[in-house]
Design a protein around this ligand. Sequence first.
Ligand code: 5GP
Ligand code: ZN
Length: 111
Amino acid sequence: MDCLFCSIVSGDVPSKKVYEDDQVYAFYDIDPQAPVHFLVIPKEHIPSAGAVTEESSAVVAHCFEVIAKITAQMGITDFRVVSNCGDQAGQSVHHLHFHVLAGRDMTWPPG
Ligand code: 5GP
Ligand code: ZN
């Protein structure tokens, strides 16, 4: 399967690693939208938040455990987690990922 984030997980496409374990990989976004902007992804290919199932939801929970661990290690208490699902929402890579953004004031609603 031709998937950019699967290629990042396998190491075929280089990335700046933030965290890795057997289930999850985290790396800095190539086009940061905040002073801190990294992505947390399941190593398993799940196309989007809309494709999470009873069988795959445990890794999603683990992603959030990892987000809490990484931000705490970075000393970040205020941050935003975003997952775009589908073209209209702005999803450009069709492998589930959670953006973690921090280090500046955030507006609401998002654009
Ligand atoms: P989406 O638009 O699907 O919500 O988020 C995809 C994110 O992946 C974007 O923020 C984009 O900058 C990032 N991205 C796209 N290609 C690469 C890449 O090759 N390396 C890294 N580190 N990030 C990428
Ligand atoms: Zn993938």
